[in-house]
Design a protein around this ligand. Structure first.
Ligand code: 1CP
Length: 344
């Protein structure tokens, strides 16, 4: 029987139990992923459809989650715009250049998803065949603000000083960059839906560093443009940002179906802040998965209790799964959520 409880929950339809998937479920906590990475570079896995398919399916086979998420990275799009990209062990992404003026923005290409990211679209098509309805496939993109963080800083950052300075001191450069990223994200996410992705998660991981008023003025309008274009296509749209608590009064205005909540705010508090209609996703602290199974089960039950205040609940972590997680504990979490969700 096809498992569509994730898509049903996105649409607020009745489900037999609480659906669950885990952010970064394909990754270093799985020995089979580490084995794949011992033989292939990270970008090579992203860009070789057969390898990306294998990495996507690994957690589905092992954990019994209710959705697959495409194996790729938000920065693939930025590379397709002409920014040199490298992933260094223990350092994360390193991007060339560092956009600082209108010339740099003008030099960014408007990518053609089919020509420049065809490997991702091909991986989606293969995945839909291989999954054959077993579980739905989630596509994803970074949102313009989070992509701008990397493009301007040239890599990871703690405080995004350069980008925040650009926002304040060169608003026309910031706006030109965000416009260009917004168009590229919309095209790329749309192409993922055309290829067969059944839902889209939009990652604005770093938006939580902003003051709510800054978010409202300088990020929300761009996210709205991306989300409303995608929503018009009928597939569920999920929005994630880390440290979302202070932004919730603005996030409630987004034309999305699901808000993915980080672990620093209770789902009941989040539900109150966004209003009763929203389906919430989340939000177990990823550190909890390093504890014993009984402790994980108790924490999951508490997340689910709080989640009842929302318009619907999709269980997930509050951010990506940690590499030190024992896969058996992750599988026990999936089993516990399904068991606990049946009674509610
Ligand atoms: O194998 C490795 O060593 C690479 C580690 C890795 C993995 C497994 C990176 C590098 N990206 C990924 C895959 C990935 N990235 C997925 C796959 C699907 C899944 O299983 O969930 C997804 C959805 C992402 C999205 C992503 N990449 C985000 C947004 C989500 C989040 O975690 O907040 C961000 C910010 C990135 C950038 C990135 N890519 C990789 C790293 C280490 C980072 C973060 C760098 C930083 O701290 O700024």
């Amino acid at each position: 029987m096809p498992n569509d409880r994730f898509l049903k929950a996105c649409r607020k339809e009745a489900v037999d139990t609480t659906p669950i998937w885990l952010m970064r479920q394909a990754g270093r906590f799985l020995p089979e992923y580490r084995a794949l990475r011992a033989r292939h570079g990270f970008l090579e896995v992203c860009k070789t459809p057969e390898l990306a398919v294998r990495a996507t399916l690994q957690p589905v086979l092992r954990l019994g989650v209710d959705a697959a998420i495409l194996f790729s990275d938000i920065l693939i799009l930025v590379e397709a715009m002409g920014v040199p990209l490298e992933f260094r062990e223990h350092q994360g992404p390193v991007l060339g250049g560092g956009v600082k003026d209108l010339r740099d923005v003008a030099a960014l290409r408007a990518p053609d998803p089919t020509a420049d990211m065809g490997f991702t679209l091909e991986a989606i098509r293969i995945l839909r065949r291989e999954l054959s309805g077993q579980v739905p496939l989630i596509g994803f993109c970074g949102l313009p603000f989070t992509l701008a963080c990397y493009v301007v800083e040239g890599g990871k950052s703690k405080d995004f000083k350069k980008l925040r300075a650009l926002m304040r001191e060169a608003p026309q450069v910031y706006a030109a960059l965000m416009d260009k990223l917004t168009a590229a994200v919309g095209d790329y996410a749309g192409a993922q839906l055309d290829a067969g992705a059944q839902a889209i998660q939009l990652f604005d991981t770093w938006a939580g560093v902003l003051e709510p008023a800054e978010y409202e003025a300088s990020v929300l309008p761009y996210t709205e443009r991306v989300a409303s274009a995608l929503r018009g296509r009928g597939a569920p749209v999920i929005h994630f940002t880390q440290d979302c608590r202070r932004l919730l009064p603005h996030l409630r205005r987004l034309p999305v179906d699901v808000l993915s909540i980080d672990w620093r705010v209770g789902l009941d508090e989040a539900a109150q802040a966004v209003g009763p209609g929203f389906v919430l996703q989340g939000n177990l602290d990823p550190e909890t998965l390093l504890k014993s199974v009984p402790e994980v089960e108790a924490a999951a039950a508490e997340v689910m209790r709080r989640g009842r205040a929302a318009g619907g609940h999709i269980f997930n972590l509050g951010h990506g799964i940690l590499p030190a997680t024992d896969p058996q504990t992750a599988a026990a979490l999936v089993e516990a959520v399904h068991r606990l969700g049946r009674g509610s």
